[in-house]
Design a protein around this ligand. Sequence first.
Ligand code: FE2
Length: 312
Amino acid sequence: MIRYQKLGYVGINVTDIERARRFYENIVGLQFVDTASDGSVRYRCSDDYYNLVLHPSPHPGFRYVGLMLQDDQQYETLRTRLEASDIPYEKMSSEECSQRRLESGWRISEPHLQAAFEFYRPLPEDQRICFTPSVTRIRRIGHVVLATPQYEQTLAFLRDVLNFAESDEIERTIAFFRLFPNPYHHGIGVGMASRNILHHVNFMVSEIDDVGAALNRFKRNDVPVVFGPGRHIASNSIFLYYLDPDGMTLEYSFGMEEFPEVGPRAPRTLPPRPESLDSWGGVRDSRMSTVGVVHPFEVGSGWATFDTPAGR
Ligand SMILES: [Fe+2]
């Protein structure tokens, strides 16, 4: 059993780094950390060194997710799992670890999404950092959801190879996984789509007031709200979805069901109808989860150069 600590970070591609910086700092409320040597810009919303990384790119979308392992022994379990399924992996070089501020890290390409999944251990000195909230009392990066036409195969890979624990599924629409034994209802989600896309990135907030204040802040700053406020039946979270300047979908959530490691309730399959997504009866804006490709990654070759049209 691979044991995870938590979802640690998400890297996304943005087309206009200065515009994105203003938005993620002043509207989302992330704390600027630094600009890395590769030009990426790092932000924090919890007591980690960073939780969101912006990469300049001609195509907005998902670049990688960082899954913190519980301890160093988990790499051996991971290796066994990957080798048994013929999944190639690469270890980050010491140069990359130092540039990324990680003690160690391995990376795979999820075989259906072609998405970079990173498994890492943080630097010991980076585990005593304090997030300073500004416009929103964000507690942590909550989850990332990707969507793919190879929906069933991706679910099987996350469950059977990576040992993510399924919490709930809205039948053939979206499935929610916790990073076992992390208690939160989901750290990763997988949706059904006609191509590999970024569905949304979530930030968990501390108070319901953060959701209400965000609604007014978004109105003042012409930020499109695309779903919510509402309440998800699956996780019991109150949610608010909105768009970043590229049109990628972000979410604030307040509250989330937590699972015990031993004796958790069985996963449920909810019917694929709108009330399963929002018990308050809200309707999604058609722009939700339409912008953002998965930047294809291959072990040994890195990220595709995007000389092909977006949306492959
Ligand atoms: Fe979400």
